[in-house]
Write a protein that binds this ligand. Sequence first.
Ligand code: F6P
Length: 373
Amino acid sequence: MAQRIGLLTSGGDCPGLNAAIRAVGKAAGETGDMRVIGFMNGFRGLVEDRTMELDDHLLSGIITHGGTILGTSRDKPHSMLIDGKIRDMTETIVKTYKRYHLDALVCIGGGGTQKNALHLKEAGLNVVSLPKTIDNDLAITDRSIGYDTALGIATEAVDRLHSTATSHSRIIVVEVMGHRAGWLALESGMAGGADVILIPEIPYEVETVAQAIRKRAKKGKHFSIVVVAEGAMSRTDASRVEKLVRRKDNARSKADKEEASERLRDFHEGHVNHTIELTRHLEKLAGQESRLTILGHLQRGGTPSALDRSFATWLGTRCIEILKKEQYGVMLALQGTELRAVALAQVAGKKKLVPRNHPLVQAARLVGTEFGD
Ligand code: F6P
């Protein structure tokens, strides 16, 4: 009997998702006995029974398209907004899975998706997941779909900002995405020859950054490019967060834990526009006109890079091989030059952050890049 596979994309969209959908669909078609049913808008599609038949016609020509033809959402199976209330929809999802007589569900997504995939595996579904995130922060895998394209976009932005910074003798602060990880800022900053790179893993002192900029000015370099990860933090903020995390982890009562969690949430919500403040500070401390560019969702839009297309195709086709072998409860991870199936439990809830002594950080320091520490 033909194998019936459900497929969804979940979490933030990014370029390369369509290449992965195409690869899963086409490789399944080639087997002659696999049928792929697309579920729309992430896990919500399984709740609302919104599907899309992934026939050959639909899969044609999408490898170059950004976004995802299946739509996406950040909905979690166990905590979904339904009719104005947060509900656990796991049971509904299991019922949909059974009603469609699915043999497996393929989930393409980032950190949140891997946790949700594990949750559904524990609820009894056969799940295989593929890594996707522009943040590059998924544990165990060296690469995730979307990162290469986002890196290219951020690097091009840094390149373009150089000429305007030079012409006006200004400091230009560029905020790049990455959630709580600094990969995108580190690599786009390095590739674009940024003078300062600020990442969450290396808390900074604003005076140290200003000092480096003043030193450049003394040498006749009257402009500076400062690439900042959206999650970067001053030392003061980082120690505040550390204390709250410790308080949450060591909380003796549920109430204490909830309070610490709420404070942490408040901090991160309030931190959203920290680069505005940083830019103002630098202008004052370095005595140089400053401007801020927030790249935001630009980094997630448009055509995928060649690397993201080929990587997504590799992942999608390998996924079909895994499904044929009925190897479930795994995520496909790139390790060196190999794609390996790793247990979801090894990935879910873990983050790959930039180690402070990572060779790339060392290389950036060796060419004079300031990290503000
Ligand atoms: O995880 C991808 C990402 O783009 C992060 O870099 C960013 O913090 C977040 O998603 C933004 O999410 P949203 O699109 O939901 O605002």
